[in-house]
Design a protein around this ligand. Structure first.
Ligand code: NAD
Length: 415
């Protein structure tokens, strides 16, 4: 059985792309290592009065094309290797949609559901203080990821601003609109996933109203993608979260599922569908599968059982390199994570631009610019894959690595 280390998976995808584009060995060696990794201790006084010390990370993979950009994850399985992999994927993601950022990621090893709101705030503020030397609107701009949200971003923005002595909205993105957030950031990753599904369907000659979709992970990305695809006319046959899943052959109403989830804390038990396990969901005979939970869920052990014709990776790193090869052999069309979920970082970029200019756009402007970038990037990657005979992942990674390498070449190596 393949052991799933996300950093090894990220390196394998980089090495493959490097070979395809005959990347200069020196630049390849630079890109195989993160530029800097910070490990921090995060002591927090719990409500009981006891002190718990959490471990956190912030990694910059590459900043050749601009400031580092990447989310912050709160999860018990956060590790340095996972954070490094996610930071590298951020470098490629920003490059593939051609926005002027490098790649970063951060995380704290914690199950936030076990903390009170006050404990979560204290932990967030202490973590933000510990990574303060790395972050800043011109250096590194965090955003939400798994188990972090607008409120967490607001606390980080406030902590940074209090330390600097004035308000700095551009230090984080994905924050509330009342402090410089952007229209459309909340659903941006999901909207980007939706555009990628529509683009993928076009290449296969399929209409939206004739297709079935299953979505693993009903969080920020998955629930929004399910709702938007449903609004476009797709049949959402199954959705799931960490507690379990639900299935309805005739289609689920994601809005009603959302209402149920708000009350029950999970999609499981929704009256309009039958129970289904996460494993069963992954193997359903649907047109489109959207993994939108965590890494490594499509691996050697289930790749051959996957019956979807198209996979659009809402999550980062959901497919291991071996599973990727197995699916390619069966001609499954995969829109890779670095392209499929780039809508979030694209609108984060718009938010940062608006913060810096202190001039804000309408929701329509944001969505129209997002659509342009997502559809244009899909066509760039699809065109390259067709010309070269590469998979979509190979084409997306090769395009991204080439853009970063070109920036590295013209800047030269310091000193
Ligand atoms: P989230 O915390 O809002 O949601 C995660 C969802 O996954 C939850 O519904 C959770 O119950 C579910 N989940 C967790 N473990 C699971 C398991 N073993 N089986 C099934 N479901 C499981 O997080 P999110 O922000 O929606 O992120 C989801 C994925 O999308 C991550 O890979 C993240 O890195 C990626 N992503 C997020 C953004 C963003 O803007 N939030 C942008 C790009 C990529």
């Amino acid at each position: 059985m393949e052991t799933m280390n996300p950093w090894e998976a990220a390196l394998e995808f980089l090495d493959e792309a490097a070979e395809l584009i005959s990347l200069d060995p020196g630049i390849h060696a630079i890109l195989r290592k993160p530029k800097r990794s910070l490990e921090v201790a995060v002591p927090v006084k719990m409500d009981s009065g006891e002190i718990t010390v959490f471990s956190g990370y912030r990694v910059h993979h590459d900043v050749t094309r601009g400031p580092a950009k990447g989310g912050i994850r709160y999860h018990p399985h956060v590790s340095l290797d996972e954070t490094k992999a996610l930071a590298m994927w951020m470098t490629w993601k920003c490059a593939v949609v051609n926005i002027p950022y490098g790649g970063a990621k951060g995380g704290v090893i914690v199950d936030p559901k076990q903390l009170s709101t006050r404990e979560l705030e204290r932990m967030t503020r202490r973590y933000a203080s510990e990574i303060l030397p790395l972050i800043g609107p011109e250096k590194d701009i965090p955003a939400p990821d798994v188990n972090t949200d607008e409120q967490v971003m607001a606390w980080i923005m406030d902590t940074y601003s209090m330390n600097i002595g004035y308000s700095v909205p551009g230090v984080v993105t994905g924050k509330p609109r009342s402090i410089g957030g952007s229209h459309g950031r909340g659903g941006a990753t999901s909207r980007g996933v939706m555009y990628q599904v529509l683009s993928a369907l076009k290449t296969r000659g399929l209409g939206v109203d004739e297709i079935s979709v299953s979505v693993q992970g009903f969080g920020k990305v998955g629930s929004g993608a399910a709702r938007m695809l449903h609004d476009e006319g797709c049949r959402i046959q199954a959705v799931s979260d960490v507690m379990g899943g639900i299935y309805n052959e005739r289609g689920l109403d994601p809005e009603a599922v959302e209402v149920h989830k708000r009350e029950a804390g999970t999609v499981a038990g929704f009256a309009g569908g039958d129970p289904i396990t996460n494993e069963e969901l992954m193997e359903l005979e649907v047109d489109v599968l959207v993994p939108a939970a965590l890494e490594g869920v499509i691996n050697e052990s289930n790749a051959d059982q996957i019956n979807a014709r198209i996979i659009v990776e809402g999550a980062n790193g959901p497919t291991t390199p071996k599973a990727d090869r197995m699916l390619n052999e069966r001609d499954v069309f995969i829109v890779p994570d670095i392209l499929a979920n780039a809508g979030g970082v694209t609108v984060s970029y718009f938010e940062w631009v608006q913060d810096i200019q202190a001039y804000f756009w309408t929701g329509d402007e944001v969505n129209q610019k997002l659509r342009q970038i997502m559809e244009g990037s899909f066509l760039d990657v699809f065109g390259l894959s067709q010309t070269k005979g590469w998979t979509m992942r190979q084409a997306a990674t090769a395009l991204a690595v080439e853009r970063v390498a070109e920036a590295q070449r013209v800047r030269g190596l310091y000193p």
